[in-house]
Design a protein around this ligand. Structure first.
Ligand code: UDP
Length: 385
């Protein structure tokens, strides 16, 4: 990792208690690092406290055999926001990787996201009109009513057959819940196109940092005081005394000691292998969409940067319910958790001098660019005060 740029602080440095910061930022992921950078550029003093032994949160990358390994799952940067794109380009150059996904359903192969290639593979259709007819013939819920859950939304978009093969099993593995318990918006993350376009994202800008996300975040944090291996929640009083304001990017329910109960999170487990072959699966991500294969996807990391190393690194990704001690990855946006979140947000609103941000602090299924934008906008608001 490019550690040189960061200004590491020894744990409980003797000078530390005497330092005065405007902000103590809890978490060195994309929200924390973007906020700290933006406020430091505006002349404020920030200290970043990170529980883990590394920066970059779940975007953390580490090299194995010359290959940048996405240690917490595949991260492909994409945005249509000019401000965010300009901001990240201050800290990294981007390899122009265009994400596409191959789905494997019991050995049958389909392109994702849903497009004319997928429809052709499924039904042999060749025109958009034929594909639309197939989908229309597979509608089983009343069309005049808004889809009430992920299953209804998915069938509305692609019909029952593609739902059964590419969505049903994968979603149950990913979320550990039935598709009728999950909100419709989760499946709307995926484009559905009636053209032969396999790109996973519609955004104008897309890529993967050529030197990895760890280097990107390290450069963002250039000159900013950081302390790793420090759990804010176990040291609240002393940490809060250091700064006028706290920016908390950990789980919102943990901040309140789970006073109202636990919010649910999905966690991931990874099995990573270094292989003595130049290419294992021919692309970066293959989704295993049936219910029988226990993992959701297999990542071959070198493809994100078009690598030509003699070896390759693959990761199998398994989804599981979060339990204390694991890393939380995804908020579970079902009704029960949304209701609990509303109660935690009410508590958060009455916390003076604490800002909550990021996927865990806001309990939102944010993409990377949205996290950065919300950090920059939170900083704008702070500056306006
Ligand atoms: N999804 C699916 N089959 C796939 C890929 C995605 O059913 O092969 C659904 C699934 O419910 C997933 C959602 O679409 O949670 C969003 O997928 P995305 O690739 O955006 O998930 P992420 O990369 O954030 O895990």
């Amino acid at each position: 990792m490019n550690a040189a740029a960061c200004k590491w602080i020894e744990p409980w440095h003797s000078d530390w208690a005497r330092m005065e910061y405007d902000y103590v930022v809890i978490g060195a992921g994309l929200f924390g690092a973007s906020f700290a950078r933006r406020m430091t550029d505006a002349g404020k003093r920030c200290l970043v406290i990170e529980r883990r032994s590394h920066i970059a949160g779940n975007t953390y990358t580490q090299q194995t055999a010359g290959i940048d390994v996405h240690m917490y799952g595949a991260h492909v940067f994409h945005t249509s926001n000019e401000r965010v794109w300009e901001f990240v380009n201050r800290f990294a150059s981007f390899y122009p990787y265009q994400h596409t996904v191959l789905a494997n359903y019991r050995g049958e192969r389909y392109n994702l996201p849903f497009n004319m290639n997928t429809f052709h593979q499924m039904w042999g259709v060749e025109t958009a009109e034929q594909a639309r007819e197939k989908i229309a013939a597979q509608q089983i819920f009343p069309l005049e009513q808004e889809p009430r859950n992920l299953e209804e939304q998915a069938i509305r978009l692609v019909g029952t057959e593609l739902y059964e093969k590419l969505i049903h099993g994968y979603t149950q593995k990913q979320w550990g819940r039935s598709c009728i318990e999950l909100p419709a918006f989760i499946i709307r993350r995926l484009p559905v196109r009636f053209t032969y376009d396999n790109r996973y994202f519609n955004d104008r800008y897309q890529g993967v940092p050529t030197e990895g996300y760890t280097s990107l975040v390290s450069r963002m944090l250039n000159g900013i005081d950081i302390q790793l291996n420090t759990d804010y929640l176990a040291n609240r009083q002393s940490v809060r005394a250091l700064a006028k304001k706290v920016v908390f990017t950990g789980p919102i329910d943990a901040f309140f000691d789970y006073a109202l109960g636990h919010l649910a999170y999905r966690s991931l487990r990874f099995e990573t292998e270094l292989m003595d072959e130049t290419d294992h699966q021919g692309c970066a991500v293959v989704n295993y969409t049936d219910a029988e294969v226990p993992y959701t996807r297999m990542i071959e990391h070198k493809h994100f940067l078009g690598g030509s190393q003699p070896q390759t690194v693959i990761t199998r990704e398994f989804a599981m319910e979060w339990t204390p001690g694991e890393e939380p990855f995804y908020p579970v946006n079902d009704e029960q958790n949304q209701a609990l979140l509303a109660r935690y947000r009410a508590l958060a609103a009455s916390e003076h001098n604490v800002l909550f941000g990021g996927r865990l602090g806001e309990y939102r299924y944010y993409d990377m660019d949205a996290v950065i934008l919300s950090a920059l906008e939170a900083a704008d608001r702070e500056e306006g005060q």
